[in-house]
Write a protein that binds this ligand. Structure first.
Ligand code: ASP
Length: 592
């Protein structure tokens, strides 16, 4: 939390202290001035002449009308008014003739929303506030209107006031009033705008919406089902627009993109949401390097100007290298501490358990060198590393996890390993086309999805040793998180049918429409999807993806504000021909 706040302070151009006031001031300045080429008209069509945050000495003498929330009041003399753009000081008139204005402004509770009209005047000498972008001026009010009063709040609208995430999600509309959420959502909007600009205006992509009521796709993630009025028939919410975007290529659309909502019923994880957003892209007549260059250009173009610029091309690493050196397919390359194979040093060892390890098929001994570990790591750190290794024993990803665990321990002792201001992009390529299924390692499943094309030099292996086939699948990794993935697709119906039926043992009937389409002159094509929520989370340095989504679900997939998912009555269920085995009251409580 602290690191997140301090990032914001550093990122914003005029950081001045740990109060809400400077955050608001800096927020408006950095967002409006740094990220937009032409300054937008912020007061068109509405009941104000100006925003609170924009007023400066250059507005002196102007008659203005402002609308905003009462941030705080000082001694019934000053009132600080806030809108999305910033804060401004309003002087409450004290003379008898303005008694009604004074009454409104002094009696309205904090966070009430008011409209004031008056003149922009300079503050008396010595009373300027250099920490406030509007700190040279104040508003001499003539008229005031209480637009709506505010009841006692469940929490103060100040970022530094701690509140539980449950409370924040329950009153999300209030949480959104805070400077950090405003910053995150506005930055997200600006990045998406620039992405659209880059894709549509600079590179001729077409923004196309695809259905969200669809049918089950074999393989991959679990899908949400939606009952229909036909007995026993259900829609599925798509995990991604994968089939549609490929069909658009068959349809000759050539370059497609969409800010697409995707749905996966995969249970809760800290960096996942049951519904999330992808920047979804597909192109015809493209190869892997074409997609990679497009994405590098896209990120460079849309990157916020208050962050360090993105350097391209991004480095690339094979899946095999990533696993060997970092123990994961999404390495955090901001720091070294690579895994090294030291088996050769122990070929003649007499240490029993090492001999044992080496005697196993493909048995190896690997190590991670922790620079200055002896200096920084204390006895209980070593003990926690040992316990971590025991707890995760037999997971092949153990060493990768241990590397990150050691990094956490070193950082807890004050060593800076992963600079949060650094953005380390990496392509991971040459994935295997198939992986053994977790629940039944004899069977294979797609490493990416069943539409991914094999590596051209491995096609022959498909029919003999499919587990050895490399794919044309590529992932984009940022600071150790997967932020994108895609592939060149199979565009030959026969090959696609073979992969589905012979290798993956899927029911090809479910995909007959796609197989048929591939037979009608489908062009070679490929694409990628960027996970927008995760990307924004890393860009803003937010602790959770819920902090870059306006109305996220809780960790358990619930909307805590409206209480969705909610039960419906047996009467309402009737048209869907569904019977529910209703949970007992105690099970209901547990699920909450
Ligand atoms: N549809 C894929 C996914 O969601 C991305 C792609 O292959 O383009 O992972």
């Amino acid at each position: 939390m602290f690191c997140w706040l301090s990032r914001l302070f550093r990122d914003l151009s005029r950081s001045t202290g740990r109060t809400t006031q400077p955050i608001w001031g800096s927020l408006s300045r950095s967002l409006i001035l740094s990220s937009q080429r032409s300054i937008p008209e912020l007061s068109s069509f509405v009941a104000r002449t100006n925003t609170c945050g924009e007023l400066r000495s250059s507005h002196l003498g102007q008659e203005v009308t402002l609308c905003g929330w009462i941030q705080y009041r000082r001694q019934n003399i000053f009132l600080v008014l806030r809108d999305f753009h910033g804060l401004v000081q309003v002087v409450i008139p004290q003379d008898e003739s303005a008694a009604s204005v004074k009454k409104i402004l002094c009696e309205a509770p904090v966070e009430s929303v008011v409209q004031v009209s008056g003149t922009v005047i300079s503050r008396p000498p010595g009373q300027e506030n250099p920490k406030m972008p509007t700190g040279e001026i104040e508003i001499k009010v003539k008229t005031a209107k209480l637009l709506n009063s505010c009841k006692k709040l469940p929490f103060e609208i100040k970022d530094f006031v701690k509140k539980t995430e449950t409370l924040r999600l329950q009153y999300r509309y209030l949480d959104l009033r805070g400077a950090q959420m405003q910053y995150n959502l506005r930055l997200r909007s600006q990045m998406v705008m620039k992405m659209r600009e880059y894709l549509c205006n600079l590179h001729g992509f077409v923004d196309i919406e695809t259905p969200t009521l669809f049918k089950r796709t074999p393989g991959g993630a679990k899908e949400f089902v939606v009952p229909s009025r036909e007995p026993g028939k259900f829609y599925s919410l798509p995990q991604s627009p994968q089939q549609f975007k490929q069909l658009l290529m068959v349809g000759g659309l050539d370059r497609y993109f969409q800010v697409a909502r995707c749905y996966r019923d995969e249970g809760s994880r800290p960096d996942r949401q049951p519904e999330f957003t992808q920047i979804d892209i597909e192109m015809s007549f493209v190869d892997q390097t074409g997609i990679q260059s497009l994405i590098e250009g896209l990120l460079q173009y849309s990157w916020p100007s208050d962050k360090d610029p993105v350097m391209v091309p991004f480095p690339s690493m094979t899946f095999a290298e990533a696993l060997a050196n970092y123990g994961t397919d999404k390495p955090d390359t901001r720091f070294g501490m690579k895994i090294v194979d030291i088996s050769d040093m122990f070929r003649n060892t007499e240490i029993g358990y090492l001999q044992d390890a080496l005697s196993k098929p493909q048995g190896t001994i690997k190590a991670i060198c922790i620079p200055e570990g002896a200096k920084y790591l204390k006895r209980n750190d070593i003990e926690s590393i040992r316990k971590f290794a025991v707890d995760h024993f037999n997971q092949c990803s153990l060493l990768g996890k241990l590397r990150l665990e050691c990094a956490d321990l070193l950082e807890a002792r004050g060593v800076v390993l992963r600079d949060p201001a650094l953005f380390s992009f990496l392509w991971v390529v040459d994935f295997p086309l198939f992986l053994p299924k977790e629940e039944n390692p004899q069977e294979l499943e797609s490493a990416h999805h069943p539409f991914t094309a094999p590596h051209p030099s491995d096609i022959h292996l498909l029919y003999t040793e499919p587990q050895k086939v490399r794919s044309q699948h590529y992932d984009l990794v940022l600071n150790g998180s997967e932020v994108g993935g895609g592939s060149i697709r199979i565009h030959n119906a026969e090959l696609q049918r073979y992969v589905l039926a012979a290798v993956l043992k899927e029911d090809v009937k479910l995909l007959s429409h796609l197989l048929q389409a591939l037979d009608y002159g489908a062009p070679p094509h490929g694409g990628i999807a960027l996970g927008l929520d995760r990307l924004m989370c890393l860009v803003t340095g937010a602790p959770s993806i819920r902090d870059v989504i306006a109305f996220p679900k809780s960790f358990r997939g619930h909307d805590l504000m409206s209480n969705a998912p909610d039960s419906i009555t047996p009467e309402e269920l009737k048209p869907y021909h569904i019977q529910v085995s209703w949970p007992t009251d105690s099970a209901k409580k547990r699920a909450r």
